[in-house]
Design a protein around this ligand. Sequence first.
Ligand code: UDP
Length: 253
Amino acid sequence: MTRPDPTAPPSGQRLTLFDLPLDVVTLEQTLDRLSAWMFQPPRSPHTVVTLNPEFIVQSRTQPEFLRAMQQADLVTADGVGIVWAARQLHGREVPRAPGYDIVRGLMERHRSELRVFFLGARPGVAEQAAQNAVRDFGIQVAGVHHGYFDPAEDQRVAELVGASGAHLVLTGMGAGRQEIFNQYWRQVLNAPVLIGCGGVIDVLAGTADLAPAWTRRLGVEFIWRVGLDRKRWNRAPRLAQFMRMVRAEKRRQ
Ligand code: UDP
């Protein structure tokens, strides 16, 4: 782990957090960069990871997940846990650019010029998300596919996406699976922006609630996710493990 560098530029820099890259970018800078990738040549495929503490813990025992994130073109801080870790280990304030805000921001910015492929969630949910996004933002739907297919089907699904002409692929198939899929199949997927977006398709479909506004305003959605949303109580141990990892690393510095 590198020590804080007081002469480092305030943004546009890439930090390292437990062997993973973390880009120091605001939401606006993220939207600018993704927009350029989507609408300016050469429109080659780029992968985007929205990093959260659970990804870091999970990737310790899943080398393929670790590699997929190391190879990503952009890694943003999804939430306050990563911001806290960067402060502890680098003495830096890293802005947050959460997956939901990125997806919504791109749809609001580009509306009918944006072609989106919705890949993930249970059958029927991606269709609902796409319908809602058309209603709310007027985007074009490049295609939809649920996220519960067998890995033997990966190539078929990747080719389907590749033939769709999407600018933006929302891959919401769970932590690890979505990042590995995007990275491994990036050339076949052949869309300029491939983003692993967890439960964002569910939120767009209205089948999962976004954390309440007050927790998002304060940057403490994890209180909702871990404490108040009973479905997510199983996540608390991984968050506790992450905090222990950060403290141990800080002692080592
Ligand atoms: N999901 C999926 N395929 C899978 C596992 C999950 O499409 O094999 C979807 C799930 O329906 C949800 C999203 O991935 O829409 C995120 O799931 P979850 O919150 O369980 O995963 P996490 O991101 O916490 O790993």
